[in-house]
Design a protein around this ligand. Structure first.
Ligand code: NOJ
Length: 546
């Protein structure tokens, strides 16, 4: 039987600092803003917070391009503010997890600046290569579309960047890079940080720089740097050199990971990892075809991961993924019901549930960024430009496609109340527009409403803390016709059943399906088990069976 780690019964709350709370009226969230909202997190019941990057950064990718790992971005505050945040969080029994972005640095990092000198020891911290016949060293394309190589005339060489061109890849073949990263880890762990969420950690090791297959304008060449044995070696080394010596958590962002690699990552490497299969369901590959979301495919993926690995980092949305109600629910007709049902699903699977800021309020995507010139997201900007260059698709199709992936939508400021800028900032121009529905969709009003999405999250967070079956039990899917779903969680002779209708129509349960037990939680406040044979739109239940 698995031992009971701290994170087995805690939800992890993700803060995207830029959009959480602005204390000084510059339109950008900051650390004093986060401190001022710790009481809110405490009331919600949160004990672990993951902070998206707060380090010094020129913000090409809003902090995922770091120019100093041991300094705070001045827009967010100072190192003293950060230390105060750690201390204030601790007072409230909240541990902080930081983002570790070490596939790449910013091109403004002193290592990179020094690396432009071919004779500097820093030259080999990055992938600098000669061109081939006047072209890039290979045909790889960046994850944020376009070539993965940038030529620098003053160096006479190209450097590799599998993300934006201001995000040069670190060369992990150089042992100095590992040494530097270990120093950074200790720096933060010694300050009292409870661990790291490791950005694109299964892409750091490049097996070779041979040409990639296919023709994709994004991610070509990935077969040479996705979940390679070198990633596993590095993670094992980081664990034995550093993590093992602290009480900490190591979460991996593992792009397009498969089951065998997922299992390896859980073996003395990561405590849990994010897979991309579930959030990828129904996303278009090109502007030619926009598939419909299928609850069946979505649940197949969820069940697949539940079955194949011992522990999952369960999530439905984050700063890279659209708001889950927009993607998987029915924001127009069943906003509250679908928001609660999705929460029930996320919290009752085996694994650690992640909540992205505002998810607990049922936050929605900002409808649409007005014009491409207003895009803030580097990936949206690049995708738009490249698709325009192809001259194959109409402007309308291109915009629709970019709209699916544009991360600005889910990064809109947190709605605290119904005052100016939803209480996020006193500025006349917050860095992104404010959500359209803040008159009712805001923390202040939802905290007062016992039937709100917020109140439902509060119950789920508390339930996870005390319910051993949900924390540690096995999971057993029960056969039901789509869009009805049910599974059992079983632990030491106790059993709970979770049941829901993943659609906007009322659905009858099969005649032989028995609903026996005590109702512990329901997404509708008036649900009663007696004689119940149908589930209403997005209705979900949690029954204690034994
Ligand atoms: C994954 C992060 O979550 C995303 O926001 C970032 O753009 C890329 N990695 C590159 O660091």
């Amino acid at each position: 039987m698995m031992k009971n780690p701290y994170w087995s019964n805690h939800a992890i709350y993700q803060i995207y600092p830029r959009s959480f709370c602005d204390s000084n009226g510059d339109g950008i969230g900051d650390i004093p803003g986060i401190i001022s909202k710790l009481d809110y997190l405490q009331r919600l019941g949160i004990h672990i917070v993951w902070l998206s990057p707060l380090y010094r950064s020129p913000n090409d990718d809003f902090g995922y391009d770091i120019s100093d790992y041991e300094a705070i971005n001045p827009e967010y505050g100072t190192m003293e503010d950060m230390e105060r945040l750690i201390a204030e969080a601790k007072k409230r029994d909240i541990s902080l997890v930081m983002d570790l972005v070490v596939n790449h640095t910013s091109d403004e990092h002193p290592w990179f600046l020094a690396s432009k000198d071919k004779n500097s020891p820093y030259h080999d911290y990055y992938y600098w290569r000669e061109g081939k016949n006047g072209k890039a060293p290979n045909n790889w394309t960046s994850v944020f579309p376009g070539s993965a190589w940038e030529y620098v005339p003053e160096v006479g060489q190209y450097y590799l960047h599998i993300y934006g061109k201001k995000q040069p890849d670190l060369n992990w073949h150089n042992p100095k890079v590992l040494e530097e990263v270990e120093k950074i880890l200790r720096f933060w762990l010694d300050k009292g940080i409870y661990g790291f969420r490791c950005d694109v950690i299964n892409q750091i090791w490049k097996d070779s720089l041979e040409n990639g297959k296919g023709h994709s304008p994004s991610g070509r060449g990935m077969e040479h740097y996705l979940s390679r044995p070198g990633d596993h070696d590095i993670l094992k080394k980081l664990r034995s050199d550093v993590f093992e010596h602290y009480d900490c958590i190591v979460i991996g962002e593992t792009v397009n990971v498969d089951y065998p690699n997922g299992r390896k990552f859980l073996d003395q490497e990561l405590d849990m990892f994010f897979q991309f299969d579930t959030t990828g369901v129904g996303k278009p590959a090109t502007p030619l075809y926009f598939p419909h979301f299928s609850s069946q495919k979505f649940m197949e993926k969820i069940y697949g991961w539940q079955k194949e690995v011992a522990w999952n980092a369960n999530y439905l949305e984050n700063h890279d993924q659209p708001r889950s109600i927009n993607r998987f629910g029915d924001p127009a007709h069943h906003w509250k019901e679908s928001g609660k049902m999705l929460a029930l699903l996320n919290f009752t699977l085996r694994g650690t549930p992640f909540v992205y800021e505002g998810e607990e309020l049922g936050m929605l995507n900002y409808p649409r960024m007005e014009e491409p010139k207003d895009y803030q997201d580097v990936s949206a900007k690049n995708t738009y430009q490249i698709l325009k260059k192809y001259r194959i698709f109409s402007e309308k199709r291109i915009r629709r496609f970019v709209d699916v992936y544009n991360r600005d939508h889910e990064r809109c400021p947190f709605p605290w109340d119904s005052s100016k800028n939803a209480g996020f900032s006193s500025s006349d121009k917050p860095w992104l527009p404010i959500e359209a529905n803040v008159s009712f969709l805001n923390a202040e009003s939802e905290e007062k409403d016992p039937d709100s999405i917020y109140a439902f999250y509060q119950k789920l967070i508390a339930l996870r803390l005390e319910d051993q079956t949900l924390a540690l039990g096995s999971i057993e899917p029960l056969p039901l016709p789509d869009p009805l779903y049910a599974y059992r969680r079983i632990f030491e002779g106790r059993s709970e059943m979770i049941l829901f209708n993943f659609s906007s129509q009322e659905k009858a349960l099969p005649k032989d399906f028995s609903l026996e037990g005590t109702l512990r939680l329901a997404t509708y406040s008036d649900t009663c088990l007696k004689g119940k044979r149908t589930l209403r739109a997005y209705e979900g239940l949690l029954l204690q069976e034994k």
